[in-house]
Design a protein around this ligand. Structure first.
Ligand code: SG4
Ligand code: ZN
Length: 259
């Protein structure tokens, strides 16, 4: 894939800083990070997360060449996230996944040295303060991303509709209709979270994300994650290990809403 960023030995995370994204190294709030659970500070002022998602707002699923992504209609407040550390409403724009070639790695965030097989990201933007996603990406409080760890265990019925559609999405830029999907089904029963200020985990690595990393993982079946690993970045290039490793935490405060 020529000179564009990716996850290979020549264009992967170690090269992003020299590919037009100096913030990869110079940034003060890069993501992901390793979270040390005992060092995270319990903050009793953190509110519960409040998700109000309209299943009818899902639109399409696509192979973006670096991930698999489901897009939502974000022209109005149909699916919104409030609460937690957030001020105002954040609209759901898309969700996507990161995963490994084998079960021992694939997540972006790491908890007490533990990597998970994968990580789901639900990306929301601050539509009360900014007029479009593009403006929000450039603002320090523009985005709120919920991260959910994936652990290989029982098959997850909520993932099955996505897994079934992967069949037609093997190649980069392929896209299918994806209607009436509620991402609520993908969340664990417990919504306790860690929160910190960070960035996008891919170029352009903008430092605009309020991260909400859920403590409780969800499961994914071995047969299900196997189908994610059959997707391709490009011809004969399996889409695996599409994650960035932890970045320096640079004295950032990590808070949690549980003791
Ligand atoms: C994935 O590559 C998504 O598909 C991208 O969505 C996303 O970029 C990127 O990850 C970074 O997001 O939650 N991991 S992350 O920090 O949302 C953006 C796209 O639409 C800008 C390209
Ligand atoms: Zn992501």
């Amino acid at each position: 894939s020529g000179c564009s960023w990716g996850y290979g030995p020549k264009n992967g995370p170690d090269h992003w800083h020299e590919m037009g994204f100096p913030i990869a190294k110079e940034g003060a709030r890069q993501s992901p990070i390793e979270i040390k659970s005992q060092e995270a500070k319990y903050d009793c002022n953190l509110k519960p997360l409040n998700l109000s998602y309209d299943p009818a707002s899902s639109k399409s699923i696509s192979n973006t060449g670096v991930s698999i992504q489901v897009d939502f209609d974000d022209c109005s407040d149909r699916s919104v996230l409030t609460g937690g550390p957030l001020c105002g409403k954040y609209r759901l724009r898309q969700f996507h996944f990161h995963w490994g070639a084998c079960d021992g790695h694939g997540s972006e965030h790491v908890i007490d040295g533990k990597n998970f097989a994968g990580e789901l990201h639900l990306v929301h933007w601050n539509a009360e303060k900014y007029s479009c996603f593009g403006d929000a990406v450039k603002a320090p409080d523009g985005l709120a991303v919920i991260a959910v760890f994936l652990k290989v265990c029982d098959s997850n019925p909520a993932l099955q509709k996505i897994v079934c559609s992967l069949e037609c999405l093997k190649s980069k830029d392929s896209k299918s209709e994806f209607k009436d999907f509620s991402p609520c089904s993908l969340l664990p029963s417990c919504l306790q979270y860690y929160t910190y200020l960070g960035s996008l985990t891919t170029p352009p690595l903008c430092e605009s994300v309020i991260w909400l990393v859920l403590k409780e993982p969800v499961t994914i079946g071995a047969d299900q994650i196997a189908k994610f690993r059959c997707l391709e970045f490009g011809p004969n290039d399996p889409m695996v290990n599409n994650y960035r490793p932890p970045q320096p935490s640079k004295c950032r405060e990590i808070r949690k809403n549980f003791e």
